[in-house]
Design a protein around this ligand. Structure first.
Ligand SMILES: CC(C)(COP(=O)(O)OP(=O)(O)OC[C@H]1O[C@@H](n2cnc3c(N)ncnc32)[C@H](O)[C@@H]1OP(=O)(O)O)[C@@H](O)C(=O)NCCC(=O)NCCS
Length: 453
């Protein structure tokens, strides 16, 4: 067995770079190679769940309403044809940017479930697949004759993930849901945003957290089901993921606090209810006063974390405000609402004549954890994340150079990877229907003309 000295011959950094660096990713095997996933998904929640399998090497077949495609293609901006022009059905329409990041590496086919042939094709595809993902209203696929119970008849090994709003049973089950609706009912918005006595309101997240997070939770459920199938039962099962439930799962101590003390958790804006100092402070100067972007012309912001007593003492010292230690040397004093209001306003006075970078330099040099609040340009230009492949240019077969997120995790032996960003609706009709169902070119063209695929 190797001892620490032998391990020490290679630094941990070097080990990580060799194991996880992006240079050799495409030479390594893929964890889910040989698995087939049907993604009958729309918007983000369902697509996100399926996309993790696609990045891990599964053959993910995205099934959409012929020609039109799923709504996410057309509901977000930048779907002008000159940006992403390749649809043979609607040459005047592109695919909106919201579709990006949620459907990489997938094969795209059309299939109309309202048509009898469409159902037969779906059953035939399900017979040859490992996992099916859908996120329609409760019972929609059952009504169409292709829900879990029907697909199980043709393939008992199939794992079926249904991601919905409120679940398939219970008095609130039948409503439609979107990310923000899920976050709202789940309790997330009520604890996000400035408190009422600071003229604040509940606030929504800019990103579709309930969708991307929810897709991941659903995918973890699917991994559990595949493990059970492969190692124990030999049979598939149905997974029911509720977007609202998923939000409640991450409410931290809000629920036990209500249960134990009857206290409804409050919003606390850019600060932290449990740690102080641990929040965002405005710096008085813009880093880019001459930028064309109005957001960049405004003052910068910096996240400062000095909640430990020793850190706070150093913070007070570097600000020439050791007087703050008279009353706020202890965390319990700092974390009180009054303490936070006072201290953050004093720190903002210190930062008033600085850019976020100038403030960061001083804080770093005194060993205080801090981070300027980055905009997306700064995120993209950061060489650290470029080197690690978190942000990457890909040579997309359909769209040419595309700047996109890289794979969602690094793995030493079977790393996930991004091969292409997306394709137009039905782009892989020939490839998939010939390969899996033996359709010839004539049949495919005929079915395309009839709007079946
Ligand atoms: C997203 C949502 C609100 C959309 O609601 P909706 O469009 O009213 O209803 P459904 O999702 O059940 O879609 C049904 C319709 O899809 C259309 N459709 C989509 N793909 C189709 C296909 N391949 N074949 C046939 N019909 C298709 C049909 O017009 C169908 O209408 P029908 O009832 O006449 O058969 C709803 O699906 C939902 O709540 N999903 C769960 C939560 C979720 O994932 N939300 C999105 C993430 S934010």
């Amino acid at each position: 067995m190797s001892n620490n000295t032998e391990y020490g011959k290679q630094s941990f950094e070097k080990y990580c770079e060799e194991a996880f660096g992006i240079k050799n990713v495409f030479e390594k095997p893929e964890a889910f190679k040989g698995y087939r996933v049907l993604s009958c998904t729309q918007y983000i929640l369902g697509p996100a769940a399926a996309s993790y399998f696609a990045e891990l090497g599964a053959e993910v077949i995205k099934i959409e309403l012929p020609k039109a495609g799923e709504p996410m293609r057309h509901t977000t901006p930048f779907n002008e044809p000159y940006l992403y022009p390749l649809s043979r059905w609607y040459p005047d329409k592109g695919t909106g940017l919201g579709f990006f990041g949620a459907n990489p590496n997938e094969y795209f086919v059309g299939l109309d479930f309202h048509k009898e042939e469409g159902k037969e094709i779906m059953l035939a595809l399900a017979a040859k697949s490992d996992l099916m993902v859908e996120n329609y209203r409760p019972g929609t696929f059952d009504r169409w004759g292709i829900g879990y119970r029907q697909l199980k008849e043709v393939n008992p090994k199939l794992v079926y993930l249904w991601a919905g709003g409120f679940g398939g049973f219970g008095p609130g089950r039948s409503r439609a849901s979107y990310d923000i609706l899920g976050q709202s009912q789940g309790g997330n918005f009520s604890i996000t945003g400035q408190p009422a006595d600071m003229h604040g309101h509940p606030s929504k997240h800019t990103i579709w957290l309930a969708d991307y997070w929810g897709g991941m939770m659903g995918a973890i459920g699917a991994l559990g089901a595949l493990y059970w199938r492969n190692n124990k039962s030999g049979e598939g099962q149905m997974i029911e993921y509720s977007q609202v439930h998923g939000i409640q799962r991450q409410l931290e101590y809000s629920l036990p606090m209500w249960g134990k003390f009857g206290i409804v958790r409050q919003r606390w804006g850019n600060w932290d209810t449990e740690l102080s100092i641990h929040g965002i402070v405005m710096c008085g100067k813009s880093s880019y006063p001459d930028s064309d972007n109005p957001q960049e012309q405004e003052e910068g912001f910096i996240l400062i974390s000095a909640h430990k007593d020793a850190d706070f003492a150093r913070l007070a010292e570097l600000m020439n405000r050791t007087d703050l230690l008279d009353d706020y040397a202890s965390h319990s004093a700092r974390v009180s609402p009054e303490g936070q209001k006072y201290l953050y306003s004093e720190i903002a006075k210190w930062a008033a004549d600085k850019t976020k970078e100038e403030a960061a330099e001083i804080l770093h040099s005194h060993g205080i954890n801090c981070q300027p609040v980055c905009n997306s340009k700064e995120v993209v230009e950061n060489p650290h994340w470029q080197k690690r492949g978190a942000i990457t240019w890909i040579d997309d077969p359909s769209f040419g150079d595309v700047l996109t997120q890289g794979a969602f995790v690094h793995m030493s032996d079977t790393p996930p990877r991004v091969k292409w960003a997306l394709k137009p609706v039905g782009a892989d009709n020939h490839y998939i229907y010939q390969k899996l169902l033996g359709f010839d070119d004539g049949k495919i063209t005929d079915y395309e003309d009839k709007g079946i695929i």
